[in-house]
Design a protein around this ligand. Structure first.
Ligand code: CP3
Length: 349
């Protein structure tokens, strides 16, 4: 049995062990549904000030661990800090989301900062990681993360979130050389950023490709699978024992073979795929994470209990980490999170 040389349940599941109860954490577990998060965020000023304040970022990372005893903590930061470290302007508009300066051609790519300069901006994040490794309970795994190159590029090209990633698809079609040069710059920066998180103490890293679902066929292979494979191979060469979680959100059939094509240790699943389908088609290749709809954290009740049990049972024959299919939303009820955890831990597989 491979157990990752440790008793931490998340690391055991990532090493392929089938546990009687799946370990649990939750995307966006530090967030606006928690009153203690809102209080610390107010103290920090705004969202980016919170990300770059190691003491307060560590505090909000720890809040859901104290409240619920999740098996993993995820570093509090954002995928858009990498564009900022590369020289993009970044700000958040309350109630709307992120805004960035835009990249529309090769000159925009060429104007980005050199790789060696990114740590100047990102050093506070590594300090947050170091604080967390000192302060987390012994049994809690620390997960670092970054955005996947395609998802990060969609924000850098459009200058904001978009429903269909139209501007990024337009650059891919209109100026593929500039598009691919941008992806290559983000890929290189992401390797350095994740390596530095690992060197500071991250025990697992996750690559968030939130917009992978808008890439189809060969584009999915070239711009979602290949960059994730490149990042994973580079990290494994430097840090062979650090597991990698890939999240090609809404990949559908693209989830099939994703472990093997990228080398990730675990594939995170959104809730558009059924757990039965994913157990038969994805979990057969390795650990999976997911995939309760985050809407249950708003609505609760018997439906939450039934769906949670169905997911635990469907994935009980292979390695599984329980999670939501996407981040918890600000309108979620903190009591529903407690109910989800209690249900996972009391379900007989
Ligand atoms: O999961 C965690 O708790 C760790 C921290 C984390 C955040 N963002 C904090 C955050 C992580 C892993 C992310 C990832 C992230 N950020 C993604 C990929 C995952 C996904 O959700 O698809 C993306 C696309 C972003 C970019 C981003 N950051 C957007 C679009 C927004 C605005 C949307 C919103 O909810 O307002 C953010 C802001 C953000 N990132 C918040 C948090 C807690 C809310 C900010 C606040 O406190 O006002």
């Amino acid at each position: 049995m491979k157990d990752g040389g440790t008793g931490k349940t998340i690391l055991r599941a990532l090493a392929g062990e089938v546990l009687p109860t799946p370990p649990i954490w939750m995307m966006r577990q530090a967030g606006r549904y928690l009153p203690e998060y809102k209080a610390t965020r107010a103290q920090a000023g705004d969202f980016l000030s919170l990300c770059y304040n190691p003491a307060l970022a560590a505090e909000v990372t720890l809040q859901p661990i104290r409240r619920y005893g999740f098996d993993a903590a995820i570093l509090f930061a954002d995928i858009l800090l990498v564009p900022q470290a590369l020289g993009a302007d970044l700000w958040f508009v309350t109630g709307e989301g992120p805004r960035l300066s835009t990249i529309t051609d090769q000159a925009g790519v060429d104007a980005l900062k050199p790789l060696d300069d990114i740590h100047e901006t990102l050093n506070p994040i590594y300090e947050t990681v170091r604080i967390l490794r000192r302060e987390l309970p012994e049994e809690t795994t620390l997960i670092g993360f970054a955005g996947a190159p395609w998802t990060v590029a969609t924000y850098m090209i459009a200058g904001r979130g978009t429903p269909d990633q139209g501007p990024a698809h337009a650059l891919m079609q209109g100026n593929v050389a500039a598009f691919e040069a941008l992806l290559a710059r983000i890929t290189a920066a992401t390797i350095e950023y994740l390596s530095a998180q690992i060197e500071a103490g991250a025990e697992v890293v996750k690559i968030f490709d939130s917009w992978a679902g808008s890439l189809k066929g060969p584009a999915f292979q070239k711009y979602a699978v290949a960059p994730c494979a490149e990042i994973t191979a580079a990290l494994k060469a430097r840090h062979p024992h650090i597991p990698v979680i890939g999240f090609p959100r809404e990949a559908g059939d693209g989830y099939i073979g994703f472990h093997k094509a990228t080398g990730v240790d675990c594939v995170a699943l959104d809730n558009s795929v059924s757990p039965e389908w994913a157990a038969a088609n994805v979990q057969t290749a390795g650990c999976v994470q997911g995939n309760l709809a985050s809407s249950h954290m708003v609505t609760g009740g018997q439906a939450l209990v039934d769906e949670t049990r169905a997911i635990v049972q469907a994935f009980s024959k292979g390695p599984h980490i329980f999670n939501l299919g996407h981040g918890i939303t600000p309108d979620a009820d903190p009591d529903n999170v407690a109910l989800m955890i209690e249900t996972v831990r009391s379900t007989k597989s």
